[in-house]
Design a protein around this ligand. Structure first.
Ligand code: SF4
Length: 439
């Protein structure tokens, strides 16, 4: 190894002891090789100084997008538990923080609920919602508590040309910290000069101070033939693009090489996930067949542009996800791909979007052979439907048209914004007549 890891640890100690008013350190931890090395070096550095000098809290922040590869989630969770236990055992000022997107920001609510097309380079709506916002919320919370915070990142100059440029651009000569775009936040990248070879040599030779060894990490990388998806805290962090452990639903990359490699290397239970991912690409690109010709809220779109997924496609994707979940749960891997809160939120969103021909509970009950009810939401709309059916003399087409119009009106009421209501109602009517003509 050319690089002197002890020297890096001494730099970390120097930086840790530097402040009169110790600003908290926030370590972005993704469970991948870079953030693992970073945490290990910080931990070792801290172990070398006396307990009395542990004046600064260290937060190990790990974000779960809720659509991470389940195999990787399982591995990360076990690592985090070991870190938590070791921190208590060794009385270290290290705290594990798990962040996740808000319900309204989750991947499935936006894709299946609102019909957002699967992400692409042109419309990458997910990174901010799934990755940047949850960690930023925690960082800003700490800043408002402590005044300032220092974010430690496992970025390395040889990782990619973009990352090298990004590090160079922000480094202030002679200083270890660079300014982050969040007010009162600074970035410290202690392992920026370590090459990938040096990193692997170190991890294979030195066991983690929280116990165990790095064999599973090495095997995962080997089997997934992959790089990792770093903690993403702003748009300059190269996220999620090329080969890495990222969201299993990611359609920004043309092929998920890491998932394909894991399947080839014995994780056959992931096949339904790979199929869903491929279907998402197909549904996104086959615009004419799968997407609406109007935007959300029945907004007219310029020629050649397409809106959200059609109701039938949203419903079909949900069916695929629940079927995959059911299949996987018959295997030892067992996992949850979509939560019950997301299912309820999707149903509410469908009602808001005027989708009454598909019901989340019907899809769920068909797959799980259950009699699951969505509580007050289903009941309320069932009553409304019965009443409308009576008024419309059982003419189902008119019931649906009125329901769609009511949904537009209710959405406007919720937003306390009546402007454009008439236009939107006219658009609903036009769309209804077009659909009727086609039948
Ligand atoms: S990995 Fe892909 S799906 Fe996940 S946030 Fe990044 S770009 Fe979006």
């Amino acid at each position: 190894m050319n690089i002197d890891f002890e020297y890096i640890e001494s730099e970390i100690i120097d930086q840790y002891l530097h402040d009169d008013n110790p600003r908290p350190w926030i370590i972005g931890f993704s469970g991948g090789k870079d953030s693992t090395l970073l945490l290990q070096l910080v931990w070792n550095a801290l172990s070398k100084i006396k307990e009395v000098s542990w004046s600064r809290d260290i937060y190990v922040v790990c974000n779960d997008t809720l659509v991470e590869n389940p195999r990787i989630v399982d591995f990360i969770e076990r690592t985090l538990k070991s870190v938590e236990k070791a921190a208590i055992r060794q009385d270290m000022p290290v705290h594990v923080i798990r962040t996740r997107p808000r319900l309204e920001d989750t991947f499935w609510l936006n894709l299946i609920g609102k019909g957002y097309p699967a992400p692409s380079n042109m419309f990458r709506w997910c990174t901010e919602r799934l990755k940047i916002n949850p960690t930023t919320r925690f960082i800003t919370e700490k800043i408002s508590e402590k005044g300032e915070a220092i974010i430690l990142l496992g970025t390395r100059s040889d990782e990619s040309a973009t990352r090298a440029r990004s590090i160079k651009k922000h480094a202030i000569h002679g200083q270890r910290l660079r300014k982050h775009m969040l007010p009162n936040a600074f970035v410290y990248a202690p392992i920026k000069d370590i090459s990938t070879n040096e990193l692997w040599q170190y991890l294979m030779q030195v066991s983690p101070p929280w116990g165990g060894n790095h064999n599973e990490l090495v095997t995962l990388y080997r089997n997934a033939n992959s790089g990792d998806c770093p903690l993403v805290i702003d748009e300059t962090t190269p996220s999620c693009g090329s080969s890495r452990f990222g969201c299993w639903v990611c359609t920004v990359v043309s092929k998920d090489k890491s998932m394909d490699a894991l399947i080839e290397n014995g994780e056959a239970w992931m096949e339904p996930l790979a199929e869903i991912r491929d279907y998402l690409v197909e549904a996104r690109d086959n615009k004419e067949e799968y997407r609406e010709k109007v935007g959300r809220g029945n907004r007219q779109l310029p020629e050649g542009q397409y809106g959200p997924y059609k109701a039938s496609i949203r419903s079909h994707i949900l069916e695929k996800v629940l079927t995959a979940q059911e299949e996987i749960n018959k295997t030892e891997a067992g996992t949850q791909l979509i939560s019950n809160q997301e299912l309820i939120a999707i149903q509410v969103q469908w009602y808001r979007d005027g989708i009454f021909s598909h019901k989340v509970s019907d899809i769920y009950n068909k797959i799980y052979n259950k009699d699951f009810k969505m509580g007050k939401h289903d009941e309320k709309f069932k009553k409304e439907e019965e009443l409308l059916s009576k008024v419309c003399n059982e003419s189902t087409e008119q019931v649906e048209l009125i329901q769609r119009m009511l949904a537009v009106q209710k959405a406007k009421t919720l937003m306390l914004r009546k402007r454009g209501l008439q236009n939107e109602l006219e658009n609903v009517l036009d769309q209804y007549l077009i659909e009727k003509d086609k039948k």
